[in-house]
Ligand binder design. Structure first.
Ligand code: DGL
Length: 271
């Protein structure tokens, strides 16, 4: 029984990479809803319906545990799926998001309690990061910036080109103008690690950048240690399968940009 990893598109591959580095012995199924990405500008209801469909499919493929490797889905769909759907579908299965584990480490990284969040319009509008941070670390002052162009730059493989600089600089300036004391920023979208070098270039040198891959991998490892009943259900042959709702060729081509190696992908219809 593999671990399911879901994202709207390719961004979740940055999380999958880090999880596989930390836990290479496990089996995984990656599901990218590439035909309907990006999710960032979509309504709560639509993101919830699309995410629920993917989670159900990953359950049907045998995954007892699904990671929403997507902030937008974690922000907009996770709670409803955990509270409303899971008890009806199968109370023994689990769906985990990636916002909570990120928020849990933030107080150890910021030195002056001024934190900035970059995310999709959907993640930022949901207010999930400020709300979760307020619960765990109320002393932290949070500023947020929605970056509607960052995911399309990555999905269209334009992230290393000059056009990307304009949008990256603009959103960074907006955030730093809102709070010039920020010493730590969270890349609150799984696509953003591909923009890391440009983000580093435009952010002041003293600002730490947190990307989620290692944090999520550590948190999953810890979860499985604390839940041996789940760990015992997971198969460990070191295999990974890929599914996409877009064309297999397109997925293979783009996934190799994220993973630095070739993969085989199988098509799934969105219907
Ligand atoms: N990679 C996703 C995230 O972490 C969302 C990208 C999108 O579909 O807009 O938010």
């Amino acid at each position: 029984m593999p671990i399911g990893v879901f994202d709207s598109g390719y961004g979740g591959l940055t999380i999958l990479n880090k999880i596989r580095e930390a836990m290479p012995e496990y089996d995984y199924i990656y599901y990218g809803d590439n035909a309907r990405a990006p999710y960032g500008g979509r309504s709560f209801e639509v993101v919830y319906q699309f995410t629920l469909q993917a989670v159900k499919r990953l359950f049907e493929m045998g995954c007892p545990l699904v990671i929403l490797a997507c902030n937008t889905a974690s922000a907009k769909a996770l709670r409803s799926i955990q509270q409303k759907d899971l008890p009806l579908i199968d109370p023994e299965k689990r769906v985990l998001g990636i916002i909570r584990p990120t928020v849990e480490v933030i107080d150890k990284i910021t030195k002056n309690n001024h934190v900035g969040i970059f995310g999709t319009p959907g993640t930022i509008a949901s207010n999930s990061y400020p709300l979760e941070i307020a619960k765990l670390s109320p002393e932290i002052h949070v500023s947020s910036e929605a970056c509607p162009m960052w995911v399309p730059l990555v999905e269209n493989n334009e992230f290393e080109n000059e056009g990307a600089d304009y949008f990256i600089k603009k959103n960074i300036d907006n955030l730093m103008n809102e709070d010039s004391e920020i010493d730590t920023v969270i890349l609150g979208c799984t696509h953003y690690p591909l923009l890391f070098s440009k983000i580093r270039e435009y952010l002041p040198d003293n600002v730490n950048i947190i990307s989620q891959g290692d944090i999520v991998a550590e948190s999953l490892k810890d979860y499985l240690k604390r839940h041996p009943e789940m760990d015992n259900r997971l198969s460990k042959n070191g295999e990974c399968r890929f599914y996409t709702t877009e064309s297999e060729d397109k997925f293979r081509e783009m996934a190799s940009v994220f993973l630095n190696h070739d993969v085989d992908a199988k098509h799934l219809s969105v219907e």
